[in-house]
Design a protein around this ligand. Structure first.
Ligand SMILES: [Zn+2]
Length: 372
C-alpha cells in the first residue's frame, strides 16, 4: 500500500504541474526582479498549500475507505472480506498481489451487521469476495448467496470443512451448524486453503505465490495450535470451564478440551432469558468457577448479571478479561491479527482459570491486558 500511495502522490504532483508552468510564464514577463521573486514565492506557497490540501483529502479518503486507491486498482486484485479473521487470511495469502477491503471492523458483531450500500457496491465491483458462511453474516447471508449465484466470485471460506467436523447448534431446530470455525486454528487452516485456491483460480499468474504464502500461514496456525493446546492443558482439569457472553467458543472447547457455556446462544440476535442466567449462576457457584469472560463485540450486562448472581450465593467470580470472539482487536495491533486474537484469548483463558502461560503469550507480543 505504501508504494501505491506514493504513486498516487506522484500523480497529484503531476496535477499541479500546469500551475507551475503558468507561474513560470508570469515570472518571465516581469521586468522588476524583486517583484518577480516575491510573486514566485507567493506562487510557491500557493502550490504548496494546494498540494497539501489534495494530499490531505486523498489520504483521509483512503483511510476512511470511502474511495478506492486508483493506483492499486491498476495492478492489484481487488478482494472483499466480511470479517477481520477472513481479511487476515486474504492479506496473508494474497500478499502484494491483492488489495483487501474488510467490511466489518473491530468490535462489530457479524450476526447483527447490516450491509451498507457502499459494502454492496464494493462486493459488486470486487474481483473476488470471501465470507464466512454457515449463516454467520446473518443479515447479509442471503444477499451474498444471490450475488454469487448471479455469477460474481463470492466464496464461503467454510466451504471445505467436512460436514462431520462442524458442530451442530443446540438452539436452532433447523439444524444449521455453528459458524464460529475460526476458534479452532486447525479447522481455520481449511479456510486458508479455500482462499488460496480461489485466488489462484481468479489470478493464475499468482498461483505459486498464493500457495507458498498459504503454506507459510498454515505453518503459523499449526504453531499457534500447539501453544493453545499446552496453555489449556496447564489449567487444572476441574477448572476447564469457559463461561462467555455468547456461544462463540464451541470449536475452541472441542479442540482443547474446555467445557463451553455461552449465556446467549450461537447468534446474538436474542437476549438470554432469566432462567438461562440462573442455571449458569448455579453452575458457577456449585463448581466454584473462578472467572467468566466478556466479549469485545457484545455488551457485558449478561456477564455482570452472572457475577452478581454468584455473589448472592456467596461465590466471588471475577471477570477473566475481554475475549475476541467474532471480531479481532484494534487494527495495527498484534491482537488485530488472527494469530494475535487467538493468542490473546487462549492466554487470557488459561491464566484466569489457573493455568501457567508466558506473560506475553505465544508470540511474546501480547499487550499487558491479561488479568491475573
Ligand atoms: Zn458469534
Amino acid at each position: 500500500m505504501q508504494s501505491a500511495y506514493r504513486r498516487a502522490a506522484l500523480r497529484n504532483l503531476a496535477m499541479t504541474a500546469p500551475i507551475c508552468s503558468a507561474t513560470a510564464a508570469i515570472g518571465e514577463a516581469e521586468v522588476d526582479p524583486h517583484r518577480a521573486i516575491a510573486r514566485f514565492a507567493i506562487a510557491l506557497a500557493l502550490i504548496s498549500a494546494f498540494t497539501t490540501l489534495v494530499f490531505g483529502f486523498q489520504a483521509a479518503a483512503y483511510a476512511a475507505g470511502s474511495i478506492s486507491n486508483p493506483a492499486a486498482a491498476e495492478t492489484k486484485l481487488q478482494a472483499v472480506a466480511t470479517t477481520g479473521m477472513i481479511a487476515d487470511i486474504v492479506r496473508n495469502v494474497g500478499g502484494e498481489r491483492v488489495a483487501v477491503r474488510q467490511l466489518m471492523g473491530e468490535g462489530v458483531d457479524p450476526h447483527l451487521y447490516k450491509a451498507t450500500r457502499s459494502d454492496m457496491a464494493a462486493i459488486l465491483n470486487a474481483d473476488i469476495t470471501f465470507f464466512n458462511g454457515l449463516l454467520l453474516e446473518g443479515k447479509m447471508s442471503d444477499a451474498l448467496e444471490r450475488i454469487g449465484q448471479a455469477g460474481h466470485a463470492v466464496h464461503a471460506v467454510s466451504a471445505l470443512l467436512p460436514r462431520d467436523q462442524l458442530l451442530a447448534s443446540d438452539d436452532a431446530p433447523g439444524g444449521h451448524a455453528d459458524p464460529h470455525v475460526w476458534m479452532d486454528p486447525l479447522a481455520w487452516a481449511k479456510a486458508v486453503a479455500v482462499v488460496s485456491d480461489r485466488l489462484a483460480e481468479r489470478d493464475p499468474e499468482g498461483a505459486d505465490d498464493y500457495r507458498r504464502n498459504a503454506e507459510r500461514y498454515e505453518q503459523k496456525l499449526r504453531d499457534l495450535d500447539r501453544y493453545a493446546e499446552a496453555a489449556i492443558a496447564s489449567v487444572p482439569e476441574g477448572r476447564r470451564v469457559l463461561v462467555t457472553a455468547h456461544d462463540a467458543f464451541g470449536y475452541l472447547g472441542r479442540r482443547y478440551g474446555l467445557e463451553v457455556i455461552g449465556i446467549q446462544g450461537l447468534s446474538t440476535e436474542s437476549e438470554a432469558g432469566l432462567k438461562r442466567v440462573e442455571e449458569i449462576v448455579h453452575l458457577i457457584a456449585t463448581r466454584r468457577i473462578p472467572a467468566v469472560f466478556v466479549e469485545s463485540t457484545i455488551p457485558d450486562r449478561s456477564v455482570r448479571a452472572l457475577i452478581a448472581g454468584a455473589a448472592a450465593r456467596g461465590h466471588a467470580v471475577k471477570i477473566g478479561g475481554e475475549l475476541y470472539s467474532d471480531a479481532m482487536g484494534p487494527p495495527g495491533s498484534y491482537e488485530g491479527t488472527y494469530i494475535g486474537m487467538i493468542d490473546h484469548n487462549v492466554t487470557l483463558i488459561a491464566r484466569a482459570l489457573g493455568g501457567v502461560v508466558p506473560d506475553k503469550g505465544h508470540g511474546g507480543k501480547l499487550a499487558a491486558i491479561v488479568a491475573r
